[in-house]
Design a protein around this ligand. Sequence first.
Ligand code: SAM
Length: 285
Amino acid sequence: MSWIGGKKALRELIVSSFPLYYERYIEVFGGGGWVLFHKNPGNDFEVYNDFNGLLTNLYCCVRDKPNELIDALYFVLNSRKDFDRVKDALARDSPESDVIKAAYFYQLIRYSYASGLTSFGSQPHDMWVNFPLIEQAHRRLSKVVIENKDFEKLIGQYDRPVSFFYLDPPYYETEKYYKNIGEDGFQEKDHIRLRDTLMKIQGKFLLSYNDCDFIRNLYDDPNIQIKSYSRINNIKQRYDNGAQFPEILVANYDMSERKKSTTQINLFEMKNGIKKEEDNFYEDD
Ligand SMILES: C[S@@+](CC[C@H](N)C(=O)[O-])C[C@H]1O[C@@H](n2cnc3c(N)ncnc32)[C@H](O)[C@@H]1O
């Protein structure tokens, strides 16, 4: 589902930059879970975490009580009045059960403008088309551990030499969009706290960020790899056609190891006459 800062457009690039080997997959800033839902579960021990308790409650209900959640969403109205009623109830923390709370929050995500949770979107949307998605997500999450912790505690708890952390924190200077979480939201000191935490871990990490001097300086270290890329900036297209949004991936391992291993397998197959297709080399940025 859509979520502010969701990695829908980048999920394939991110998964192809994962390390070749790990046993524990921990998604620290889970949000809409675009990367977790895209990756192959394999035999990994998987953890989804987010500091937003309404979001983790929703995913717990999707995993453990999908039919009750669907029942609670059956007759919701796509109306401003109902949107405001549900939003007020969540603000007062008045829903009487975890499932009702999850249904209200899901309603806010689906019916708000740009999934921003604050204002009614005034867009047609059939809630019932989401029910098969909820069932699919229920199956995918069946073995996933769901946590609701601040990143530093979570990383400390799950760090091992075989752990791999994917992190997608609020981007630098866009933190205000996540202000509903915690007292003060994510701040500059939290970006520094994240860097200090990651530089000490035993496992591997892959981190998504917007490309800016502040973040590049934070991770300026010989053991850290930074890869840049850009994508079309949808918000700016109206007045600046073709505007790009520069982003980076930051890691404490070689982000191209997965691609190199694919290339090696292709070369091996060609040498042995199994495959006679065109060369399949990948270039680093
Ligand atoms: C950029 S979004 C993640 C988007 C996600 N990768 C996706 O594809 O939907 C950042 C997330 O970090 C969460 N967050 C904010 N502060 C946090 C903290 N201190 N610890 C853990 N998560 C936090 C927010 O609730 C938000 O969902």
